[in-house]
Unconditional design. Structure first.
Length: 274
């Protein structure tokens, strides 16, 4: 007979969970508080409680066009996500329901591409973009981030699709459903939680991408990651202004994660309990 956890063990796990949560949240909280400090207080040691001010936010907005960077981030993250889904859904369907002897090898190969250092392909990517005229171009960066995150999207969808009984798809075929109808009207509606969590996760990954956005953009297509980096200068770091820029950059994605956390958890546990 399985023993139930004692009250002491439960309290211990609860304290540990809160401690880990605090470690995760503290840097974000510190950044937000610092963004409301004058520059002198931001670098003061020991740390001072702020004399609250909005000057950093006003100066950040006057120095840079926040809304242009925000729009670029939305276009790049949302665009790359939907492009990835258009490719990944048919790919994951074929691997889940029509596998070949090499399917697992292909999946492992795709996953292995994520282990390659991005700097290793920076020079050829830069030269390709320069030749095609895609440097500092929103749509060029959208395609790059789609390709970067595509292996993860395919892997996640493949895992979700494997949980769907193939008998349902076979029944649709017996009723005369064409392949595209099988995908659109049967498979996709059944996998909505998994697809939604994949979509949200890919948006977050694309939103936070810094390496490619800093190396393939300059001003016109720069997203919010480049917006943050612009506050690091040869004169040094302006901590209060940098914190204000960081807060403005992370606020939209934090709100998205907060309001969609239920859908994320539901999607990530999709198929866990039969």
């Amino acid at each position: 007979m399985a023993r139930t956890p004692t009250t002491t063990v439960k309290i211990g796990w609860t304290i540990a969970a809160w401690f880990i949560a605090f470690l995760i949240v503290f840097p974000i909280l510190w950044t937000i508080i610092t963004s409301f400090k004058p520059e002198a207080e931001a670098i003061a040691s020991p740390m001072m409680w702020p004399h609250w001010t909005l000057d950093n936010y006003f100066e950040v907005q006057s120095r840079s066009d926040y809304f242009r960077h925000f729009l670029n981030s939305v276009i790049i993250s949302v665009g790359s996500t939907f492009l990835a889904l258009l490719i990944a859904i048919p790919a994951a369907w074929s691997m889940a329901f029509a596998p070949t002897p090499k399917t697992k090898d292909i999946l492992m190969w795709m996953l292995s591409t994520k282990m390659m250092p991005a700097v290793g392909v920076l020079v050829p990517m830069y030269l390709i973009f320069k030749t095609l005229g895609l440097l500092d171009n929103v749509w060029g960066l959208t395609v790059v981030l789609m390709l970067i995150n595509l292996p993860i999207v395919i892997w996640m969808l493949y895992t979700y699709f494997k949980e769907i009984p193939i008998d349902i798809l076979e029944a649709a075929r017996m009723d005369g459903a064409l392949l595209w109808k099988e995908l659109v009207y049967v498979l996709v509606p059944m996998a909505v939680p998994g697809i939604a969590s994949t979509l949200l996760l890919n948006i977050i990954l694309a939103w936070n991408e810094a390496f490619w956005t800093l190396n393939l953009t300059a001003a016109k297509a720069a997203p919010l990651t480049a917006f943050i980096a612009s506050y690091s200068s040869p004169e040094g770091l302006f901590w209060a202004k940098l914190s204000a820029a960081s807060t403005l950059a992370i606020a939209p994605i934090l709100l998205l994660g907060w309001f969609s956390q239920k859908q994320l958890v539901r999607g990530l546990t999709f198929g866990a309990v039969k």
